[in-house]
Design a protein around this ligand. Sequence first.
Ligand SMILES: C[S@@+](CC[C@H](N)C(=O)[O-])C[C@H]1O[C@@H](n2cnc3c(N)ncnc32)[C@H](O)[C@@H]1O
Length: 274
Amino acid sequence: MGDEHGEPVVDLQLDRAHSARIYDYMLGGKTNFLADRTAAGSVLAVFPAALVAARINREFTHRSTRDLARAGLRQFLDIGTGIPTPPNLHEIAQGVAPDARVVYTDNDPIVLAHAAALLRSTPQGRTAYLQADVTDPGAIVTAPQVLATLDLSRPVALSLNALMHFVPDGDRNRAHEVVEELKAALPSGSALAMSHATADFSPEAMARISDIYAAAGTTVTYRTKAEFARFFDGWELWQPGITLPHQWRPDDPGDATHVTDAEAACYAAVARKP
Ligand SMILES: C[S@@+](CC[C@H](N)C(=O)[O-])C[C@H]1O[C@@H](n2cnc3c(N)ncnc32)[C@H](O)[C@@H]1O
């Protein structure tokens, strides 16, 4: 489908709450509408710490990206990018290494509609945007946008932040299978940074949140610490291992103690491929 200029028409489905826009609201963004704010309000009524959980998740993205760039990674594949919220991943990576290359991927046309904000690169680096679903990893690692931007024979930092809880297990452990396929496509020295919602600390509130998302058409699958750890199988975890987003290498050690486990409601970790 195209408009009168032949441009694809993006159906923003403003009448339905959407995970990317609910998250944008939690981060204090402006790309959200009444249905999103109503759903966000229902989430906050059962889990007021959702604002904290969103912030510390985003800050984990910032610190892990910065440390990966400092460790020498120059290629970044970010899947489940979300609506742009400065600083975006390329701004962090290119702040450390101006020649860093970044491919953003999301399956949501709403994110595509805002992709222009993701494409501002340093002159030395490059950023690209791909609309694709993480459940089709083969399509991602063979996409022209990826192959024109990243050299997959050299290390890549893959980030799957606050994404895989939107991928159900199905009947064949699909979420873990998908991550294994992505890991297998990357060479030694690559890295995986990931955060993921859990019901380990406040099961009742989390169950009510998954009902709110289900009403908006989105399935949320919480995973335990052991299930989260399994995403990193075969790769070497960076210190401090499997932890909570705010406890992953905090800039100020005090930051790691201001938030309770129940408020964080998420695990986070980074690992390297041997
Ligand atoms: C909570 S946001 C996370 C944004 C960002 N990664 C962060 O942590 O700040 C989740 C994003 O994942 C995207 N998403 C959900 N399911 C997806 C799928 N199957 N494939 C690709 N993206 C997906 C949503 O559209 C949304 O933009």
